[in-house]
Structure formats: structure tokens, C-alpha cells
Design a protein around this ligand. Structure first.
Ligand code: ZN
Length: 342
């Protein structure tokens, strides 16, 4: 019996950890499942995948469980082993199971794996794909729900096959994300992003089940407004903006979770500001230059009221602005967007 679970850790770029981002107090928990802020790929992206080693059976399993996510998310995965693939998967049995989170994969040298599937039991590869698409660990959800028996967890993780020291176990299991590091707060006990662990790892005797498929909440979240909704526009249908246009560009949100996409070109390097105005609560992301999968910044409420505002030094090139309706309670309606040199 597997009393000592395989525990994955989401690899975090040392220079980043999770980008700290201010959030407003008193606006908790609008969605469930959790995603580190700013690590989602642009909605509608096509990501290429390259396998580094692995048997035909291992590769097939990795690909099959990736399909669980792309069946519901507005994201395509192409398994073409192209050298420049965003996702590179190795199968080193001595290196556990892990993945970098979302767009962090872009910062890993192309000859290195961004995901390792050292074991493939149950929903392991679905779990690692969740990381690759930008999801965090449910067991580190800031809303908690797990009362760890810390000495037991530290003792068990120090054994084979993990051999973690106490500090590593604290980082990978016991520490929760801060609420301002992640999108979403309610705990989902059925999430595939929650690892199985036995009841004696907790002080209240409540362990978790081995969640081997995507939960209803996992599917809802990955296809929802914060991640990859299918009803949204794509890179090719972006509305053009002009830097320093005399008038703001009018747009409208017709329904909850709707997303608009804009595109502009920077001719001269320098500080720029992109902002929205209007009664709708929107989240804005800025991507570029020239690569629509490269996220520069994300903002929720830095602008006026619940409007979004991003200030950034931009090099010459093409940029994309993604504006997504966020809060069902604030209603939908008209808004405007503008980009200007600061
Ligand atoms: Zn994990």
C-alpha cells in the first residue's frame, strides 16, 4: 500500500517566486482552484511539446492526460517535438514528477526539460499539465483546509524516494501561498492539483483521496474567465490600437467572463501606460514584444475604481492587450481602452 505518496513540487524560478501583486482587501474568493498570478499563457495560445526520451507508452500517457485539459480550455497543444517547443518533457525515473508553472517555462533553456514525469501513476501527468498551464498546488491553497501534522510530514518526506530536508518539505507542502500570490481562494478537495496524502499526516485525522481525474471545479476554472475561456477572441482577431490616439477606443463586455483583445505597435522605446475606463470590473494583461505568449504584466484594479492600468517600459515591437471581464457582481457594459507614452 502506498502510504508514502509521490509528491510533486512546482518548480519556481528563483528570480521570481510568485510576482507579488497588491490586491484589495475585502474582495475574497471569487473563483475556486488557484493559479499563481501572471503565469497563464495567453488565451487561445498554441503550445508546442517536445519529448526528451521516454517510451511510446509513457509519451502516449502524457499526451492523453494533456487532452483532459485541452478538451475544456481554449488552448492547443501540438506534440510535434519541435526544437523550440515551449513544453519539454523528460521521463527521468530518479527525478520525481515536477513542472515549471505556466509561462515560467519560457525562461528555461531550450535544451532542458520544463516537466519531468518520473512516474505516471493515476493522474500524475494531468497534475503536471495543470502546472504547465498555470495552476498551483491545491494543498497550498491559502484558504487552507488541511491541518498538517508537521513533524510527521517532515519525517515521511525525509524518507525514500524524496529524501527532502525539512526546509524543502516546508516549501513544497506545508507553506501556503499568500492570498495575494494566487487567483482564487476556495479549497477544492476534489482537485487533481491536490495530492493524495494519508490521514496521519494531519492533526484532525482527515487525509485526502487520490484525485486521479480533473474535478468539476478544475474544468470550470481552466475554462473560466481567469484562464482559457473558449468564447474569447484570439491573437488574430485583435482590435488595433494606436499609441497616443486622440480618443479612447470604445469596447463592450456583453456577458460575464467575456474577453477582448487589442493590439498596438510601439515605434519608439520608452515608458507607456495602458488603461481601461468604465463601470465593468476587468482584468488586463499585456503581452509582447512580438511574441503573444510572453506576458509582461497583469493588473486588476490599479486604475480608476475597478479599472485596470499597466505602466511599463516598452521596446519597439508589437504588443497585445487582453481585457477580461472579471466580476459577475459588478455587471457588464461599455468600457474604453487607451495606450499612451508616459
Ligand atoms: Zn504539483
Amino acid at each position: 500500500m502506498a502510504t508514502r505518496p509521490h509528491v510533486c513540487f512546482d518548480r519556481i524560478l528563483p528570480r521570481e517566486l510568485f510576482r507579488p501583486q497588491a490586491t484589495r482587501p475585502g474582495r475574497p474568493g471569487r473563483v475556486r482552484a488557484i493559479s499563481p498570478i501572471g503565469k497563464a499563457w495567453m488565451n487561445g495560445s498554441t503550445l508546442h511539446v517536445r519529448f526528451i526520451g521516454g517510451s511510446a507508452a509513457q509519451r502516449a500517457k502524457a499526451q492523453e492526460q494533456a487532452g483532459w485539459w485541452t478538451a475544456v480550455a481554449n488552448l492547443s497543444l501540438v506534440f510535434d517535438n519541435t526544437p523550440g517547443a515551449e513544453i519539454r518533457i523528460s521521463f527521468d525515473a530518479n527525478d520525481g514528477a515536477w513542472s515549471y508553472v505556466g509561462t515560467d517555462c519560457r525562461d528555461i533553456p531550450l535544451n532542458e526539460a520544463t516537466m519531468n514525469l518520473g512516474f505516471l501513476d493515476g493522474g500524475t501527468s494531468a497534475h503536471e499539465w495543470g502546472h504547465a498551464l498555470g495552476l498551483a498546488h491545491e494543498h497550498q491553497n491559502p484558504a487552507g483546509g488541511i491541518q498538517w501534522n508537521e513533524p510527521v510530514v517532515i519525517r515521511e518526506m525525509a524518507k525514500s524516494p524524496n529524501f527532502w530536508d525539512a526546509e524543502t518539505t516546508r516549501h513544497n507542502i506545508l507553506q501556503r501561498y499568500r492570498a495575494d500570490q494566487v487567483n482564487g481562494t476556495s479549497f477544492d478537495p476534489k482537485s487533481v492539483m491536490l495530492y493524495f496524502f494519508p490521514a496521519d499526516w494531519t492533526t484532525n485525522g482527515i487525509g485526502t483521496e487520490a484525485n486521479e481525474t480533473l474535478s468539476a471545479v478544475d474544468k470550470q476554472f481552466i475554462a473560466g474567465a481567469k484562464m482559457y475561456p473558449k468564447t474569447a477572441p484570439t491573437v488574430d482577431t485583435a482590435t488595433p490600437l494606436t499609441v497616443n490616439a486622440r480618443q479612447r477606443t470604445a469596447a463592450a463586455i456583453g456577458q460575464f467572463g467575456e474577453e477582448d483583445l487589442f493590439r498596438f505597435t510601439v515605434a519608439q522605446a520608452g515608458p507607456h501606460i495602458v488603461d481601461t475606463r468604465g463601470p465593468s470590473d476587468v482584468v488586463m494583461k499585456l503581452f509582447g514584444p512580438d511574441q503573444p505568449t510572453r506576458l509582461i504584466a497583469e493588473d486588476d484594479d490599479s486604475g480608476y475604481a475597478t479599472n485596470a492600468k499597466i505602466a511599463a517600459d516598452l521596446l519597439p515591437g508589437d504588443y497585445w492587450v487582453q481585457v477580461r471581464h472579471y466580476n459577475r457582481d459588478s455587471g457588464v457594459g461599455d468600457y474604453s481602452v487607451k495606450v499612451r507614452r508616459a
